[in-house]
Design a protein around this ligand. Structure first.
Ligand SMILES: Cc1cc2nc3c(=O)[nH]c(=O)nc-3n(C[C@H](O)[C@H](O)[C@H](O)COP(=O)(O)O)c2cc1C
Length: 198
């Protein structure tokens, strides 16, 4: 599957997603936007390397040193990458966290970097696209752009955790959101206390 990481706050969402995907042996194509480099520095004081091989090692380390699974990192400006084409078969794409900038650019069909192009391809091919927006409050423009994406077939999964599953840690809260995003792609690889009725 394709994991898009934009420059919204909450890179821990992407890290947890990757950890579970690789542990489940799901092959991951990862593209991080230009702005996400800056957010990495702000949120962890770490610099994400632009070189795809070094970036793979970086993400694996962040995900707890996971060695298994297949991970390919792409440069944000490599619009000739596999995931930029509709002929590339995939389970779908999750963008998490998703900035309002990326929401706007996908809604406008700009495809100005690889992440946006890969999302555009999912929409045109009727593939699965789950967007995990992170912003608060939302302006009317944000809401309209999110509506446009929902109308085009994307699933909007806001980074809003629930509290009924008895979360004990920040990871529990993060994993709830990631699991709901994965649900949209029928990927079930996160152990979660799901509500089973009372
Ligand atoms: C530390 C930091 C946190 C940010 N958090 C958010 C956020 O939560 N949501 C958002 O929409 N933009 C956020 N931004 C702004 C985006 O990074 C900025 O709009 C950027 O142009 C988005 O580019 P991208 O969508 O191509 O990743 C943040 C920026 C920084 C530096």
């Amino acid at each position: 599957m394709i994991l898009g990481v934009s420059g919204a706050s909450g890179l821990i969402y992407a890290v947890r997603a990757l950890k579970f995907l690789l542990a489940a042996d799901i092959s991951v194509e990862l593209v991080a936007s230009k702005a996400s480099y800056r957010v990495w520095q702000a949120e962890s004081d770490r610099r994400m390397p632009p070189d795809p091989d070094e970036q793979e090692q970086f993400w694996r380390q962040e995900a707890g040193g996971v060695t298994g699974g297949e991970l390919r990192c792409h440069r944000y400006d490599d619009v000739a990458a596999s995931i930029a084409s509709g002929s590339f078969r995939t389970l779908g794409m999750v963008i998490l966290p998703c900035s309002m900038g990326t929401v706007a650019k996908i809604a406008a069909g700009l495809s100005s970097d690889l992440l946006e192009r890969a999302a555009d391809v999912q929409l045109k091919e009727s593939g699965k696209l789950a967007i995990v927006p992170r912003e608060t409050p939302l302006s009317l423009i944000h809401l309209r752009n999110l509506t446009t994406l929902a109308e085009a077939g994307a699933k909007i999964v806001p980074a809003i955790p629930a509290w009924y599953h008895n979360p004990q840690t920040i990871e529990d809260l993060v994993d709830f959101v990631v699991a709901r995003a994965f649900d949209q792609l029928d990927i079930d690889c996160i152990p979660l206390n799901r509500w089973v009725g009372s």
